[in-house]
Design a protein around this ligand. Structure first.
Ligand code: C2E
Ligand code: MG
Ligand code: MG
Length: 619
């Protein structure tokens, strides 16, 4: 190898440089995280031999911390001091490194051009004369690193060589960009973006990987009454509360324990190698410790938590840990929240029941066991039936007619709810078209599940059904819950807008029970609030319920929405609702949900209601 000039070209220089680039490109393009370092080292080695230089290095810039980090060094230095002064160098500490921070063009420094550099390297190598070719790694507007070729003595660099080095530097920059993107995808697939904790998929994999003979326990934690925070404050406060809780859980656990976020306000902790009673003790302690108030945006907020615990020593199978801990959590909530409950065999029947219901539901769909009932919505002054709400029913072969409440939750968890929803939409719209001849203004109100609302095809699907059955869009009102709208409001808002623009009406169901803030509602394209029956039941008797009903009606008026009161069971409630300005109601007092034939008989006549304007009050 010559000292001052490149070796005599055997082939044309351009051809040799081109094949060098191809070789390095091939080497770098296929690598993943695991073999990136080896490929980098190999490429640097190749560069050193090809160009016949003493030393080749590659540095990566950390733009946030403003430091340059050594990622490859060829040949490796024989003695590396500890700490290594070359490993991480702040840009501000050295003029040469400072120059490399924003360097955009390659630069060659020949001997005696830079005294500073000569001195630094002489100290490092004992060699007085050096040539340094330094090529920036550029990605977009940023300089993300530097490739350096150092030669002890004079080494002339031709323009084609520098162009080739520039191309190779780009290959490194591309490899990093690609690896970063891959890393990002992995993070998104396995980590929750709000808290940075592992997500459910990651937890499931961790559990799957556990050897079955290894002791393991799972805690599933749920924040009690989280909606009050989202209600009273706003979504950001809720998010901050979730984040702060995640931090607390991390601090309260050992580094070996896996803390994951399952969904919403639900977390899990996987604990290995501890005896079950020890873990039960940890759960109890968490219930107490986590009840202490947190400082959120300057406010002191406290929520209790409920915990379900499962041990693999009970289930003999890691696969059931999540289901069992969740069944135990369910018990904790039923028994009054703010407590920890450990799964035991008596809860197994609940798990099995849910599993069975799921299997049976699938069969029900195939066997046409589902049917619709309809419940009138009535003008609270005239008693006229303005609309009917469709409510799905299951004609169960052994258990009889089941209400939606008995199986909709299972259907939602299993995804079957989308198929059920398809059936409901078609059947409800078909039935409305049958009623149209005698009742051309009657409306059909249809419950839409969160999963349906997340489907891109919903507006089109409904559009097609309306055309098929010749029904005008304004006669259909879709009932959605706050929960389903707010879970992914950016997306659902778009869907709701499309539905609204096509002329459908939209109602917010069970209003008052969800966790929306009034602020958010204003931005939703809805037409009606359905006031939840828990508040309707106390209207006029409970101060709290009355206040919520009043608030809902005032709010609706301010936004130009109508209100419907759900679950009216007493005549006094009608009087109270009328006086507060609510014009439409629904409930067992007027009519229970019934099959199409029964409802056909109700439609022609007004439903009898208490006298209007009873001056002496009711009862
Ligand atoms: P929802 O939409 O709020 O429906 C009202 C529920 O309250 C119905 O129960 C109805 O039978 C009951 N109800 C009506 N009036 C009264 C009353 O005066 N007192 C009392 N105590 N209850 C009353 P159901 O049919 O069991 O439905 C429960 C929930 O299941 C519904 O709540 C709705 O969210 C969901 N659901 C029903 N049908 C469907 C459907 O086709 N698709 C979807 N996705 N969800 C449905
Ligand atoms: Mg409803
Ligand atoms: Mg409701």
């Amino acid at each position: 190898m010559s000292d001052a000039t490149p070796p005599e070209p055997i082939e044309d220089e351009a051809t040799r440089l081109a094949s060098l680039i191809t070789e390095i490109a091939t080497e770098l393009m296929g690598v993943g995280h695991g073999d990136a370092q080896a490929a980098t080292d190999l490429s640097l080695q190749r560069l050193r031999h090809f160009f016949g230089v003493t030393h080749v290095f590659l540095r990566r810039h950390d733009l946030l911390r403003r430091v340059s980090i050594l990622v490859g060094d060829e040949p490796p230095r024989e003695v590396i001091p500890d700490p290594d002064p070359l490993y991480e160098v702040p840009f501000d500490s050295d003029p040469v490194f400072a120059a490399s921070e924003h360097m955009k063009e390659p630069m060659v420094v020949y001997p005696e051009q830079s005294e500073d550099l000569d001195k630094r390297l002489e100290e490092a190598s004992g060699q007085p004369q050096i040539t340094v070719a330094s090529v920036p790694l550029v990605r977009g507007p940023d300089t993300v690193g530097a490739l350096g070729l150092v030669h002890y003595g004079m080494r002339f660099w031709s323009d084609p060589e520098i162009r080739a080095l520039t191309a190779i530097a780009t290959l490194f920059a591309q490899m990093w960009a690609r690896l970063d993107a891959e890393q990002q995808v992995i993070r998104q697939a396995y980590y929750d973006s709000l808290t940075d904790l592992p997500n459910r998929s990651r937890l499931v994999e961790d559990i799957d990987r556990l050897p079955s003979e290894r002791r393991a326990s799972l805690l599933v934690l749920d924040i009690d009454n989280m909606k009050v925070i989202n209600d009273g404050l706003d979504f950001e406060a809720g998010n901050n509360f979730i984040r702060a809780t995640a931090d607390r859980l991390r601090q309260a656990t050992r580094p070996d324990d896996v803390v994951a976020r399952l969904q919403g306000d639900q977390f899990a902790i996987l604990i290995r190698d501890l005896p079950p009673d020890h873990v039960d003790g940890i759960a109890l302690r968490l219930v107490t410790d986590l009840a202490a108030a947190l400082d959120i945006d300057g406010l002191s907020l406290a929520r209790s938590i409920s915990i379900g615990v499962a041990h693999n020593s009970v289930s003999d199978s890691n696969g059931d840990l999540i289901t069992e801990a969740q069944a135990a959590l369910h018990q904790a909530k039923l028994r009054g929240k703010k407590r920890a409950v450990t799964f035991d065999a008596t809860m197994r029947s609940e798990v099995l029941e849910r599993f069975e219901t799921e299997l049976e539901l699938r069969r029900a769909l195939d066997n046409d066991e589902l049917t619709l009932h309809y419940q009138p919505e009535v003008d609270l002054e005239t008693g006229r039936i303005l609309a009917v709400e469709s409510l799905v029913r299951w004609n169960h072969p052994t258990r009889g007619l089941l209400s939606a409440g008995a199986f909709i939750e299972t259907a939602e968890q299993s995804g079957l709810v989308v198929e059920i929803g398809d059936f409901v939409l078609r059947e409800a719209i078909r039935q409305l078209s049958v009623w149209s001849a005698d009742h051309p203004e009657l409306e059909m109100w249809i419950n839409i599940s969160p999963a349906q609302l997340m489907s891109r095809d919903l507006p089109e699907q409904i559009g097609e059904l309306l055309t098929e059955f010749g029904v005008e869009p304004y006669r259909i009102c879709l009932e959605v819950t706050e929960h389903s709208v707010l879970d992914d409001i950016q997306f659902t808002k778009g869907t709701l807008r499309t539905l609204r623009e096509s002329g459908l009406k939209l109602a917010l169901d069970d209003f008052g029970t969800g966790y929306s803030s009034m602020k958010q509602l204003k931005n939703l394209p809805i037409t009606t609030l359905k006031i939840d029956r828990t508040f309707v039941s106390g209207v006029g008797t409970s101060e709290y319920d009355s206040a919520i009903v009043d608030a809902a009606i005032t709010l609706a008026e301010a936004f130009g929405l109508t209100t419907v009161a759900e679950g009216i069971e007493q005549p006094e409630q009608i009087t109270e609702l009328r006086s507060r300005g609510c014009r439409v109601g629904q409930g067992f007092y007027m009519a229970r949900p019934a099959d199409a034939e029964t409802v056909t008989g109700l439609l022609p006549n007004p439903i009898e209601l208490p006298e209007l304007a009873t001056l002496n009050g009711a009862g």
